[in-house]
Design a protein around this ligand. Structure first.
Ligand code: ARG
Length: 541
């Protein structure tokens, strides 16, 4: 039986300065995880701290973000009817679930931190892993940050000026989004601990918001309560109503599906920290198979509630469905409360997302994928690599445990250059993009790599049948995921040709960059052993 640990030592044979520290449990000495250092021994066990419940709160907190409060309009306006919209939500949820189950198999077989990058490098070679990082650093992370920031801005502005205002200049929202982004980036630069506790609280608020929506919807449905001044109400229980005007254009369905998938996105995030789990082969699948059905159920219920309370045309035009909902049921106060709940939920999501992005960019800097400055820590010089790496990587563990360990972590002891790069890119996407275009763009780019990764699972089953797989999904799971992803992609080409082409062009542009970066990196390392002292050009290496 071969084990993924053999592979960990061979993955980047030349990156001896960085080791494979990024793949080992957070907090473990980097040397222990270096090539040849052996990951298999029991010596690393004490660094593995995550339990089942930690994983569950991590993934649920990440998934429930902006989407369920804002995507419903994108879904229902594209497919035309509430019934069709609900089908899209269920399909999106199941698709995310099959993806997550496939990732659970990969995570069990290759129990290292790093997620898709590691699985891709294992199956297809380092170049594909690099291309994933390339797209994630330049498109996925800043793109998703921008979406969350924009929604945060919209809800915040609604909270201030009131839900009823018909048109708001988008630049007002965007300015708020940019200010929020600057604040979050700055806080992350100052200290890794700022805001992590707040996030746990925000997770509770998210559930409160969703549960509130659901219960209200149910009450409205049962009592037939109609609102003041004879307002029109949402859907009745009659089946014809629910499927009137359903779109028969498959491309519209694909765009709608991307809207739903955004709300479910984040299901791959436990895979970034698999190495941290005490018992990954048991807990990772358990986390996925509890979290996904919970999220699917709560999203479907919330959507039904929206449709029962709000008229369809109101839902279709609004990016801020939850505010409409609050104002319709509880008037001004309801709207204000919903707006504040959702914008703070987005603030939390933006904070987590900024944090993980900083880490990803930082590791890319360390691996030589990006100029080395992005692999540096703010307050300390380069002698400090080992320490800094451990400290900054410790955040997930600390966050999840709800305790922050050592208090001697100084200010600006963070990957500030990485964070600034990420902040600048995110701001760029905020300025040029708007919610539904960005969601499709993100979906096309993200699902391309999810697809390749899950395809890799199928290929690994054939190529390395003897690889130890503590958890095996039914083979239908990855196959379903791959088929639907291919359908989505092929339809996106028709529905949003420019965006799809931009994504493809972007991935292809990464290939020459790969050869440039890797050749430079390997030359430096061969010549100097570790690239210790920096000349101006090595600075850019
Ligand atoms: N599902 C989240 C939302 O509804 C978005 C998650 C973004 N993805 C991520 N990896 N942070 O807002």
């Amino acid at each position: 039986v071969s084990s993924a640990f053999d592979f960990a030592g061979n993955l980047f044979p030349l990156s001896s300065t960085t080791g494979t520290g990024g793949y080992a449990p957070i907090g473990a000495p980097t040397s222990a995880a270096r090539p040849g250092g052996g990951l298999g021994g029991g010596s690393l066990e004490k660094y593995k701290t995550l339990t089942y419940l930690n994983g569950l709160s991590l993934i649920i907190g990440l998934i429930i973000g902006s989407g369920i409060f804002s995507s419903p309009s994108q879904v229902s306006s594209k497919v035309g009817s509430p019934g069709a919209a609900l089908i899209v939500w269920i399909v999106a949820g199941i698709l995310a679930w099959t993806g997550a189950a496939s990732y659970a198999e990969l995570g069990g077989a290759i129990p290292l931190n790093g997620g898709a990058q590691v699985y891709l490098a294992k199956t297809f070679g380092e170049m594909v892993g690099f291309l994933f990082t390339w797209v994630a650093v330049l498109v996925l992370k800043p793109g998703s940050g921008a979406i969350i920031a924009i929604i945060m801005g919209e809800y915040f502005v609604r909270a201030i000026i009131g839900a009823e205002a018909e048109t708001i200049n988008p630049w007002v929202n965007k300015s708020v989004a940019l200010v929020g982004l600057a604040v979050v980036t700055f806080l992350n630069c100052v200290s890794t601990r700022v805001g992590t506790r707040v996030n746990d609280l925000l997770m509770v608020l998210k559930f409160v918001a969703l549960l509130g929506v659901t219960i209200t919807g149910i009450v409205v449905a049962i009592t037939g309560y109609s609102f003041k001044d004879g307002d029109q109400k949402g859907m009745s229980w009659k089946a014809e109503d629910w499927f009137n005007d359903t779109s028969s254009d498959l491309s519209n369905w694909a765009v709608a599906l991307y809207g739903g998938l955004w709300a479910f996105d984040g299901w791959d995030n436990t895979n970034y920290v698999v190495g941290e789990f005490r018992n990954p082969s048991r807990d990772l699948p358990r986390v996925i198979h509890t979290a996904m059905p919970m999220v699917i159920l709560s999203y479907v219920l919330a959507n039904i509630a929206y449709f029962l309370v709000l008229p369809l045309d109101l839902i279709n035009k609004s990016n801020t469905v939850a505010v409409m909902f609050g104002s319709k049921v509880f008037g001004k106060v309801g709207a204000l409360i919903m707006a504040l709940l959702v914008s703070s939920s987005c603030f939390g999501a933006l904070n987590s997302s900024t944090f993980t992005s900083g880490r990803l960019v930082y590791v890319a800097g360390k691996e030589g994928y990006l100029p080395s400055i992005f692999g540096r820590i703010g307050a300390h010089n380069d002698d400090d690599h080992g320490m800094s790496t451990q400290r900054t990587r410790g955040w997930v563990t600390k966050k999840v445990r709800g305790c922050f360990g050592d208090d001697d972590v100084g200010l600006f002891y963070t990957p500030i250059y990485a964070l600034i790069l990420n902040g600048a890119l995110t701001a760029g996407y905020c300025v040029v993009g708007e919610f539904s275009t960005l969601v499709t763009f993100y979906g096309v780019a993200g699902y391309t790599f999810y697809f390749i990764t899950v395809l890799g699972l199928i290929i690994l089953r054939v190529k390395e049948p003897q690889l130890e797989r503590p958890y095996k999904t039914w083979i239908t799971t990855p196959i379903i995921f791959c088929c639907v992803s291919v359908f989505l992609f092929s339809r996106a080409v028709f529905a949003q040709p420019v965006q799809t082409l931009a994504v493809v062009a972007f991935v292809v542009a990464g290939i020459p960059v790969y050869f440039w970066r890797i050749r430079g990196r390997d030359q430096v390392r061969r010549k100097e052993g570790d690239g210790g002292e920096r000349t101006w050009w090595k600075f850019w290496r």
